[in-house]
Design a protein around this ligand. Structure first.
Ligand code: NAP
Length: 291
């Protein structure tokens, strides 16, 4: 990356809006006090994006924390970018209801980005042939809410190249974002080219390997050599490839640490050393068998 953007730097989406490069992941962040503390630390550190989901059961706590805290930082709803996701239990004919429930839980007039969380349907086998029809029905509901301005951008998560190709052939509105697991042990080369081809923003989740990658020897050595922490190195490895990240922490010090990514550069040799860890390893769920 030639420039050193601040933590509020953003990437353009194919809708014309900008999405911040850095967002706070909120999986397992739950309960009014814990969410309030994390959002407070994040806003202070410069985060302007927050990644929630119906299945995280924290949409209401996130909405409340933002209403309470935005004035403290001289910010308004328009200054933050909120992502949430349709739960796999609502895939198909319950998608409209599920998305409206997210809006009501957040208590917001609109959501900046709403994703289909998973290509499958809860309660159905991953190989069930109902899945393509359910995905199409969910997408049509998201398109309708996008038309009404209630979902400013719509996208998908955990889609494989085959799911992306299916969606591109059937959609009226193309997805703005694909959010998938991405870190040095899972470089997602094929999905990244699919996103380039369709002008879809590729966004990383679990950049720290759910915390496990911070002790990986190559990561700790690169961190020591550039006087940064392993978490900062893992996040910088992604943003230096123009990939937006969503590190999760409930710890205010780590939330601040994870935002300090924009005042250093990894050398080409360090970037290559980290990318050489690629072995297709997934710390999260694997969508590759979903029909
Ligand atoms: P992650 O961000 O890779 O790692 C989070 C873990 O790392 C937590 O245990 C955290 O512990 C620890 N941690 C955070 N900062 C650290 C630091 N500086 N040093 C050492 N340890 C640190 O994992 P993730 O939560 O799986 O992914 C991030 C976000 O992506 C999620 O929260 C969610 O918003 C999104 N996501 C989406 C999907 C999807 O299917 N779309 C799947 C997974 C994740 P503490 O909290 O104790 O600091």
């Amino acid at each position: 990356m030639s420039s050193s953007p601040s933590s509020t730097s953003s990437v353009p989406l194919n809708t014309g809006v900008q999405m911040p490069v850095l967002g706070l992941g909120t999986y397992k962040l739950r309960g009014p006090e814990d969410v309030h503390r994390a959002v407070d630390a994040a806003l202070a550190a410069g985060y302007r994006a927050f990644d929630s989901a119906a299945v995280y059961k924290n949409e209401a706590d996130l909405g409340r924390a933002l209403r309470e805290l935005l004035p403290k930082y001289g910010l308004t709803r328009q200054d933050v970018f909120i992502t949430s996701k349709l739960g796999p239990k609502d895939q198909g004919d319950k998608a409209m209801e599920g998305a409206l429930h997210s809006l009501s839980q957040l208590d917001m007039d609109y959501i900046d980005l709403y994703l289909i969380h998973w290509p499958g349907t809860q309660g159905q086998l991953v190989t069930d042939t109902c899945n393509p029809g359910n995905r199409a029905q969910s997408w049509a509901a998201l398109e309708e809410l996008h038309d009404k301005g209630q979902l400013k951008a719509i996208g998908v998560s955990n889609y494989t190249p085959a799911h992306m190709s299916e969606l591109m052939q059937t959609c009226r509105i193309p997805p703005a974002v694909l959010q998938v697991e991405f870190h040095p042990r899972l470089c997602q080369t094929e999905l990244r080219s699919v996103c380039d081809k369709y002008a879809v923003c590729f966004q990383a989740y679990s950049s720290l390997g759910k915390g496990e990658l911070v002790t990986e020897p190559s990561v700790t050595e690169v961190a020591k050599n550039c006087a940064r922490t392993p978490a900062q190195v893992l996040l910088r490895w992604a943003v230096q490839q123009h990939v937006p990240v969503l590190p999760k922490s409930s710890n205010p010090d780590r939330i601040t640490e994870n935002a300090e990514l924009f005042d250093f550069t990894l050398s080409d040799a360090d970037m290559d050393r980290l990318s050489a860890l690629d072995c297709g390893h997934k710390y999260c769920w694997d969508p590759s068998e979903v029909a």
